[in-house]
Design a binder for this molecule. Sequence first.
Ligand code: NI
Length: 166
Amino acid sequence: MDIYNAGVGEELAVLRKTAVPVTEFNDELQKLIDIMIESMIENKGIGLAAPQIGDNRRVFVCSIDGSEPLVFINPEIIETSMETWIYEEGCLSLPGIYADVERPERVKVQAWNRKGRPFKVEADDLLSTCIQHELDHLNGVLFVDYLPEKKKLKFLKKLEKVNTKK
Ligand code: NI
């Protein structure tokens, strides 16, 4: 499955949309989740959100260090730590772009799993960053949005250039 690229106009427009809550936990949703996990692994990502493959539902997956992928449906952050930490983030939708982003070090998230059962998870460090980054995707937010405007525009321009050359 092709990952949507922020350097392509129509694909960026999809990445900028706010995703809608999942209402049906049907076979079709299971298929979407399987495709997302496959795409994440194939592309060596640690997380992937549905809008990145052109689906506008509130679903993302995370897998740190090859661990069993976690599936988050209709996720919500219910607690964040005061402490922050900085991690050099990247994104499958912004290939070749990396930058330090400061986020809360720990988060508590409430979501539904693929079977439609609610769960809560407390995450720190990399998993916390991954969850926050992926949840941002569901709100049309990209990690470059946290950078100074000039730097962000420079990165987006660079992506655009790479894609028009193809
Ligand atoms: Ni991303």
